[in-house]
Design a protein. Sequence first.
Length: 233
Amino acid sequence: MDGYTRFALYYAPPPGALATLGAQWLGWDAEAGRGASLPPGQDWPTLPRPQKALTRQPRAYGFHGTLKPPFALAEDRTVTGLHAAVSALAPRLHRLRLDGLRVAEMGDFLALVPEGDTTALDALAATLVEALDGFRAAPTDAEVARRRAAGLTERQETMLARWGYPFVMDEFRFHITLTGPIPDAAERAAVADALRPLFEPLIERPFRIDEICLFGEGQDGRFRNLHRYPLSG
């Protein structure tokens, strides 16, 4: 696990149809650590922009839902220690079920978002953020400035100062990113219409989250799934 610049705790679908489609759509398979594409002879439905243009921004992160956002390790912490901490924590956290996922707008981008009550999922993410906070190096001035450039609410500023990221705790909204920004609403709707029949039939109901994953960002700027940790119950 050495040689990585940042780490994160993510949900990533287990190997199967949804994980395969997600990797092919983004063009990066974080599980295998390599590029991904549709098999020869297959193509994406008609889109307003090429698939590679729509997915350029999220491609490096892989197909995932963030639970604890990316962070550099504090100077006195090691990857081995982080792995041990997550290994000890995961069995104390419960598996959970969502009603399902659907393709929806998240501001100006598209994502798979939960249906139904997300209380247990929000609590899982908050526990990971808080319990593992000691492993996180403080964000650099450049990182803070980049976050603020997007425009933050007062509450998000508080989260940024306390946890190093603005969209955690009560500002957290689970999602599995499908596209980068699509500023035009009509274009966004057209892409959503194209993606729904691809992704939504693969979503199990209820949708199970049985494990969490430790991702690492390589020197090439791309994230890889380093380890899966089963949750209890």
